[in-house]
Design a protein around this ligand. Structure first.
Ligand code: ARG
Length: 465
């Protein structure tokens, strides 16, 4: 079954056929190809190229083909080069010669570009729904831990205490930006290539704008050559997916650390952790590790498509067939990883006692002490120096800040007074960071209110409201 036999004498070589075939991966475009075919049939009818009766039979056959594909009754054969070839065969089997009328004014070049846009716009909404579930899981943990002090880190070293909820919400902001990026992507992807034909448009009186509207696009492509050659929408989606992958890998890495014996910040639920085949005591963070690991293929898929596209002359080139596998793989990967990470986050138990007891470790309140001196008029440079000396003194004498006597305190620097100790409290340090964006529990609760509104809007967008 070939769509281009007319001018050829012999059949194609086996090696060519095997190289050429894409139906084993583009078969998933069936529903979208059929949607576009129905819209095209209606436009042919309005152009006077299909009678009312022919249109009715055509739509009936397309509906039946869809049913047969869903039921697994209609399957691609080894002789079908791609999804478009297979579906035309199905149409011919149902309609005889009438089936051959649908190809008028249409090429696989505008067809495949349309199908892939339809597929992606649909699946981006599924991905956003799964991201919303992850945001929701992070937010409900954050809500319970707005007041829980944790060691805030830079360079993976204790830096300053933070609210653990604040840290969890930092991840939510990253995923919320990813969703906004996808919504923005969707506006650019909402352009219909159908009507562009092979590259130049059609001499038949088609109505690309009407087809675009019927398929839920905002408009038809203004340039037929760009329409069949452009894969920006696929590359841009792959970038967004790679960014999500990168964010998942950063969250994954944190969870791996938190679950370790060294941190013990969280306990993973049994349902979201794995055991070892040899060490009976083990409980491994495989979900978090796979989230981290899968970012490699998400980034690779972007590189793969960009490399395929670079240097291609206008317009369609068969290289473009290589767009689909990376796109499908990134969609599948995200739909696989996101529910697992959301489940892991929703069910993890946070070890509040451990977080709170380690929050002041490593002299994490040193900045608060320096800022107290600043409020008393000491230049920060001098305050920094004085607190630095105090840290060294404590280390040499094996003491923590809160174990210092009044005499010891003033001995290190005359800037310190017994009441300097007031700022050496973790809850005080958190509450003091109460400016916009700070880690004070009140600000964390403000963030939650704002984020809930954002996430509600994102959920509504994904479900088409
Ligand atoms: N399977 C092809 C693809 O995915 C469809 C377009 C083929 N067009 C052509 N002129 N050979 O790109």
């Amino acid at each position: 079954m070939r769509l281009w036999g007319g001018r050829f004498e012999g059949g194609p070589a086996d090696a060519l056929t095997r190289l050429s075939v894409s139906v084993h991966f583009d078969w998933r475009l069936v529903p979208y190809d059929l949607l576009a075919s129905r819209a095209h049939a209606r436009v042919l009818h309005r152009a006077g190229l299909l009678t009312e009766d022919e249109l009715g039979r055509m739509i009936g056959a397309l509906d039946d083909l869809e049913r047969a594909c869903k039921a697994g009754e209609f399957r691609p054969t080894v002789a079908d080069e791609d999804v478009h070839t297979a579906l035309e065969r199905g149409l011919l089997e149902r309609l005889g010669t009438l089936g051959g009328k649908l190809r008028a004014g249409r090429s696989r070049n505008d067809q495949v570009a349309t199908d892939l846009r339809l597929y992606l716009r649909d699946h981006v909404r599924h991905i956003v729904s799964r991201l919303v579930e992850l945001e929701t899981a992070l937010m409900s943990q954050a809500e319970q831990h707005a007041e829980t002090a944790a060691p805030g880190m830079t360079h993976l070293q204790h830096a300053q205490p933070v609210s653990f909820g604040h840290q969890l919400l930092a991840h939510v902001h990253a995923f919320a930006r990813d969703i906004e990026r996808l919504r923005d992507w969707d506006r650019r992807a909402a352009v219909s290539p159908l009507g562009s034909g092979a590259l130049a448009g059609s001499s038949l009186p088609l109505d690309p704008q009407a087809v675009a509207r019927e398929l839920g696009f905002d408009s038809a492509a203004p340039n037929s050559m760009d329409a069949v050659a452009d894969r920006d929408f696929a590359a841009e989606f792959l970038f967004d997916a790679a960014m999500i992958g990168m964010h998942l890998s950063r969250l994954g890495e944190e969870i791996v650390l938190w679950a370790s014996q060294e941190f013990r910040w969280i306990e993973m639920d049994d349902a979201y952790s794995t055991g070892s085949s040899i060490m009976p005591q083990k409980k491994n963070p495989d979900v978090a590790e796979l989230a981290r690991g899968k970012s490699g293929r998400l980034i690779g898929n972007l590189m793969s498509l960009l490399t395929t596209l670079k240097g291609l002359p206008l317009t369609y080139n068969r290289d473009l067939q290589e767009d689909k596998e990376p796109v499908f793989d990134s969609v599948d990967t995200l739909l696989l990883v996101l529910p697992a990470v959301a489940g892991l986050v929703a069910t993890m138990r946070v070890n509040t006692a451990k977080l709170e007891s380690s929050a002041p470790d490593g002299f994490a309140l040193a900045t608060d002490l320096a800022e107290l001196l600043v409020r008393r008029g000491v230049p920060f440079r001098e305050a920094h120096e004085a607190v630095g000396h105090l840290v060294v003194w404590c280390q040499v004498n094996d003491k923590d800040f809160d174990e210092l006597t009044d005499e010891e305190l003033v001995k290190v620097s005359p800037h310190f007074t017994p009441d300097s100790r007031e700022v050496l409290s973790v809850p005080g340090a958190l509450a003091a960071r109460k400016a916009h964006g700070g880690t004070a529990p009140d600000r964390v609760r403000d963030q939650l209110v704002a984020l809930r509104e954002t996430v509600d809007g994102q959920a509504a967008w994904a479900s088409g409201n």
